[in-house]
Ligand binder design. Structure first.
Ligand code: COA
Length: 252
């Protein structure tokens, strides 16, 4: 089974993060598949909207930390990875993008939501952006988009204190449209995506383009990528990745 699966029905492409045993943490290959699926959906006149969801209880535990560790050790070049194409594809996706979030959303699992147009979360979802605890900086233009959405002090608490945000609060402060019982999130998000996909596509695309400051987002992505790559090389980041890898101790 691929770690990214897609389904298509009623002019909606659904992209499923399908790695539940690892809480849908995203690998380089997964970034590549999502980017390709988004590019395909952007070009396909038969697709009017895209829905992103996770398989299993959790939406996404963030970037696979082993990828960060490999980059910190100089074994992988993040700039040559599929992260850039993924960020490019999601931040410029011209059609409506809907997210269905249950369980945990961490790191990129949260910051990708800031590029979505409708977001439905479970009331008991837990959103966290612990970049600073990992010795990193916020990515995916979130240092711009999150404060724009919820203000500086709340964003700083999420980034710097690593505070968890519950689903109800995420909806109350404008990160999500609605918080719902967990077993209703997918159905409501699918309905919203189908409703959007049935509307005049060119008007939706034009509206989304008018609502987003593409130039500012591109500049923020460029800036945070440089800072992120620099932070990956710090001893603090290496220590945080090693601590995650070691937290269960060596296998018995
Ligand atoms: N990268 C790589 N593997 C991850 C991962 C990640 N971001 N998140 C979870 N996993 C893996 C765990 O290593 C574990 O693998 P194993 O069963 O082979 O040991 C599996 O997913 C299940 O996770 P586990 O930690 O056992 O579940 P939990 O319910 O105790 O905790 C989390 C879940 C998500 C809270 C915890 O795994 C976590 O903190 N993950 C890291 C989140 C993070 O910091 N992401 C990066 C943000 S920039």
């Amino acid at each position: 089974m691929s770690d990214i699966s897609t389904e298509s029905a009623d002019r909606v492409l659904t992209i499923i993060l399908n790695r539940p045993a690892k809480k849908n943490a995203i690998t380089d290959a997964m970034y590549g598949h999502i980017a390709a699926a988004l590019r395909g959906a952007a070009d396909d006149p038969a697709i009017g909207a895209v829905l992103i969801r996770g398989e299993g209880a959790d939406f996404c535990a963030g970037n696979d930390i082993s990828m960060f560790a490999a980059a910190a050790a100089g074994e992988q070049d993040i700039l040559a990875s599929n992260t850039g194409p993924f960020l490019q594809a999601i931040s410029t996706f011209p059609k409506p993008l809907v997210a269905a979030v249950t369980g945990r959303a961490i790191g990129i699992g949260v910051t990708m939501l800031l590029h979505c147009d409708l977001v439905y979360v479970a009331e008991d979802a837990e959103l966290r952006t612990p970049f600073i605890d990992l010795g990193l900086v916020p990515e995916a233009a979130s240092a711009l988009t999150l404060p724009e959405r919820i203000g500086h002090v709340r964003s700083f608490a999420l980034f710097a204190l690593g505070e968890a945000l519950g689903g109800k609060e995420a909806a109350a402060i404008g990160i999500a449209n609605r918080a719902l019982p967990a077993d209703e999130v997918q159905r409501v998000a699918e309905l919203a995506a189908r409703t959007l996909a049935a509307k005049p596509l060119s008007a939706l695309v034009a509206t989304k383009a008018l609502m987003r400051n593409a130039e500012a987002i591109a500049a923020a992505l460029d800036a945070d990528q440089k800072a992120f790559v620099a932070q990956l090389k710090t001893p603090e980041a290496a220590a945080a990745f090693a601590a995650f890898a070691a937290r269960k101790g060596p296998p018995a």
